[in-house]
Design a protein around this ligand. Structure first.
Ligand SMILES: [Zn+2]
Length: 327
């Protein structure tokens, strides 16, 4: 059942079966003519049923809404084409749009740059091949659709009597956006800040120091002091407090990554990630499921990139492999 947050603004809960995130928070703004749906769920049957059942309870069917995406990830974008049908528009940041608004072949090519970096970091080729089949980011991504429109930083979108200002907050993805309703003091966070989980910060070929950008944008979002901060997953909470916790977390992780580089000079991110601590129930690094290894190595890479930007470590590339050393 959709939950009313304030009149004409509802929270919808879309389950993400088998995914550690558990569920997606979608939000629906009801307008007289058109309605605006913020995020959608994976392109997957369980998500589809839950999303359209809840839209149905609000008297809405496919094609009755426009969609506003916080970022490109499949758990947010997957069902956008079905939700807007033949009439609606999918709004997404101009930065993230090329990853969605393209053919399947182009999308596969978009992954190549990232896959190449993982290979350079020593990620085993057979595991990389496994990821191509099992990565939900690929298999549950939205199908091709020509209904996208770009948003830029600061742009205002009007929906149902509300004014939403798009705020570009690169970090979690290069084009992650938050949406600010100043009059109501409501901030849609997407996955920029989550309260019960730490948002995954990985490396992106188009964002050379993703963690650096993320930390800057944590400061930027903190300055807004919303009455209600609405995250893409799980519960809401105190934004300023959570930003401080996340900054402290990454500060600690940077020190840990630096220590691991010092203890294992010349290693790549795959080996280094195996020496970092992770909150996962596996006996050893070798026992990590491949998807968890992928996320761990991605997170490790973003911390190594930050340490390089700070001038605390250097990277040599030899024989196609990245090798890190403390300065
Ligand atoms: Zn998400």
């Amino acid at each position: 059942m959709p939950q009313e947050i304030i009149p004409n603004l509802y929270q919808l809960c879309v389950p993400l079966p088998g995914n550690p995130l558990k569920e997606l928070n979608a939000y629906l703004i009801r307008g007289k003519d058109r309605c605006l749906l913020v995020d959608t769920g994976f392109w997957q049957e369980a998500c589809r049923q839950a999303l359209f059942a809840q839209l149905g309870e609000l008297g809405l069917g496919p094609g009755d809404v426009d969609v506003l995406l916080t970022h490109l990830h499949s758990d947010h974008a997957g069902l956008a084409p079905e939700a807007v049908g033949e009439r609606g528009t999918i709004f997404v940041s101009a930065v993230d749009r090329p990853s969605l608004d393209c053919t399947r072949q182009q999308r596969a090519r978009n992954w190549d740059g990232l896959t190449a970096r993982f290979a350079q970091e020593g990620f085993p080729p057979d595991l990389l091949a496994d990821m191509e089949h099992t990565n939900p980011a690929r298999s549950m991504a939205p199908p091709e659709c020509g209904r996208y429109e770009s948003l830029t930083d600061g742009q205002i979108l009007e929906a149902g009597g509300f004014r939403l200002q798009a705020l570009l907050m690169p970090g979690h993805t290069p084009g992650q956006m938050c949406f600010w309703m100043e009059r109501e003091g409501i901030m849609f966070l997407g996955d920029h800040v989550l309260f019960d989980i730490t948002p995954n910060i990985t490396a992106w070929p188009s964002l050379p120091d993703a963690l650096g950008a993320y930390l800057e944008n944590l400061d930027r979002i903190r300055a807004y002091a919303p009455v209600r901060a609405l995250p893409g997953h799980r519960e809401s909470g105190d934004l300023a407090l959570r930003v401080d916790q996340l900054k402290e977390h990454h500060c600690r992780r940077l020190e840990e990554a630096l220590k691991v580089v010092r203890d294992h000079p010349g290693a790549g991110a795959y080996e280094l990630a195996g020496h970092m601590t992770w909150k996962i129930r596996a006996k050893s690094w070798a026992d990590f499921p491949v998807a968890q290894k992928w996320f761990a190595v991605g997170e490790c890479m973003s911390h190594l990139d930050r340490l390089m930007a700070q001038g605390r470590i250097v990277c040599r590339t030899e024989g196609g492999r990245n090798r890190y050393e403390a300065v």
